[in-house]
Design a protein around this ligand. Structure first.
Ligand code: NAD
Length: 491
């Protein structure tokens, strides 16, 4: 467990194995107390271009000639190096995001190493399709597919799980033999930069992993998506940003993969295991201060249990320990930024205007110390909103949910599915037959039954509707990050 922040003074771009300074800088702010922890070097168009050219050169060099076995070995070394520098990664992630060190240690950093191991193992064992072909006019042939890298892949990521989501894309992209230019969120530049040091230590050739820092529109993010030599773009972030990127990328017809927002539902049946369900739903609503795309912001509870459940979740919300991310007992850190807190608070105000009953929270906590300069917010529960209310329809991305009662299974399914998003859902019942039935009715990329955020990295992950395009995980990632070429040999 880290003992304190070790501020990074300067965070630079990383191109072709060198740290590169830009002409402009922007501040990296610690959300727990508003202090500036680093100055980040901003990549302009020419620096982004240098990164893309470095990646292209790496593909023509040693990396392009490396066999699958050697690539996999180096990815395992990256995982080893992440584990060796575990505390550095935890400290950097905690300082950037304000998430409790306990969460970064349990979730973010172990998952980063696991991402590299999963795709290193998979790429070694995965087979490809082949067909013995007989045509109607009597010819025969052997058809088989070969997997080739796409080339240079642009990876653009958000701030909520910076290292976890970045490595979820970098690992399969490298496993398939691509070179990458990554653009982490301007809010959380540190761990992508630490990963640069680690990839070099692990023997990933220079130019295979490049980092450019900056913002989205008219900045490094847009330069990356506009760049003519980029072969594919993979993006995790807001749905509206996905739409903007899609428009930019359309001009050059590149493959895109989008993991976008959500407005996820939890359905609680009266026959659930009450204690497990309250704990599970509380985690689904409040983990990472509600800043996980999979968080449940809509909770539907069977009417017979509604008052008891609301009371129990209120108790949970009011007893979550809010505080310094460095305190082992802290369960809830701050939101990422002052701007994001203002956005979430605007929804808290809107909920009251829309007629909500405030069950818990609704404001900003007071500490009487430096944490008052941080971007903390109270975990909040509402009831009484119409299903058409904006607070029930729009992604808030904070520690907040609305709880509504239902009478019949079909009604719960209809309410849960009444959204333009389609990322995740959870069903809570001891009747497994019903669990399977309702799960299959959900319009969501992933539905959990009696759990939440339990992930097998081989399974398809992604969203429907506004929640994204494509699937990542296991084979789905490998298929996105490669070109499958068919070879037909006349026999
Ligand atoms: P965001 O869309 O504001 O930013 C994400 C990244 O895109 C940042 O690096 C940003 O600089 C860049 N960007 C912004 N505009 C751009 C543009 N026009 N061109 C190129 N790049 C651009 O998202 P955020 O606020 O960082 O993250 C929160 C959002 O991410 C939420 O909506 C959340 O649901 C979503 N999210 C989805 C998943 C998933 O797997 N589906 C996972 C995590 C977060």
């Amino acid at each position: 467990m880290p003992q304190g922040f070790h501020p990074v003074k300067s965070i630079l771009n990383y191109i072709g194995g060198e740290f590169v300074r830009g002409n402009l800088e922007f501040a990296d702010v610690n959300p727990a107390d508003g202090s500036v922890i680093a100055q980040v070097s901003h990549a302009d168009e020419s620096i982004v271009d240098q990164a893309v050219q470095a990646a292209r050169k790496a593909l023509r060099g040693a990396w392009g000639r490396l066999g699958v076995r050697d690539r996999a070995q180096r990815l395992h070394k990256v995982a080893d190096a992440i584990e060796t520098r575990f505390d550095d990664f935890v400290q950097a992630e905690v300082a950037d995001t304000g998430k409790p060190a306990a969460v970064a240690s349990r979730l973010d950093v172990p998952r980063a190493a696991a991402n590299f191991r999963a795709f290193a193992d998979l790429i070694k064992t995965v087979g490809l399709e082949s067909f013995y072909t007989e045509t109607p006019d009597g010819k025969s042939a052997l058809n088989y597919a070969v997997r080739k890298p796409l080339g240079v892949v642009g990876i653009i990521t958000p701030w909520n799980l910076p290292l976890l989501l970045l490595t979820w894309k970098v690992a399969p992209a490298l496993a398939c033999g691509n070179a990458v230019v990554v653009k982490p969120s301007e809010e959380t530049p540190a761990t992508a930069t630490l990963l640069a040091e680690v990839t070099a230590e692990a023997g990933i050739p220079h130019g295979v992993y490049n980092v450019v820092h900056g913002f989205g529109p008219n900045s490094a993010g847009e330069c990356l998506t506009r760049h003519p030599d980029m072969n594919a773009i993979t993006f995790t972030g807001e749905s509206q940003t996905g739409a903007a990127i899609m428009k930019t990328v359309a001009a050059s017809v590149k493959p895109v993969s989008f993991e976008l927002g959500g407005k996820n539902a939890a359905i609680v049946f009266a026959d659930c295991d009450f204690e497990d369900t309250v704990n599970g739903v509380a985690e689904a609503v409040f983990l990472n201060t509600g800043q996980v795309c999979l968080c449940a912001e809509r909770v539907y509870v069977e009417r017979a249990m509604f008052p008891r459940f609301v009371e129990a979740l209120k108790h949970k919300a009011e007893h979550l320990r809010i505080g310094s991310p460095l305190d082992c007992a802290t369960e809830l850190g701050p939101l990422i930024s002052a701007a994001h807190r203002e956005k979430v608070l605007s929804y808290y105000r809107l909920a009251s205007e829309e007629g909500a009953t405030v069950v818990a929270g609704g404001g900003v906590p007071e500490f009487g110390n430096t944490l008052d300069k941080g971007f903390y917010i109270q975990p909040t529960i509402y009831t009484g909103l119409a299903e058409s209310a904006r607070c029930v329809k729009e992604e808030i991305f904070g520690p907040v949910c609305h709880i509504a009662p239902f009478d019949a299974e079909e009604e719960a399914v209809a309410m849960a599915n009444d959204t333009r998003y389609g990322l995740a859902a959870s069903i809570w019942t001891t009747n497994l037959k019903r669990g399977h039935r309702v799960a299959q009715e959900m319009n969501a990329g992933i539905t959990w039954v009696n759990c939440w955020f339990l992930r097998d990295l081989r399974t398809p992950f992604g969203g429907m509707g506004l929640s994204g395009i494509g699937r990542e995980g296991g084979m789905h990632s490998l298929n996105f990050y490669s070109e499958l070429n068919n070879i037909c040999v006349r026999l």
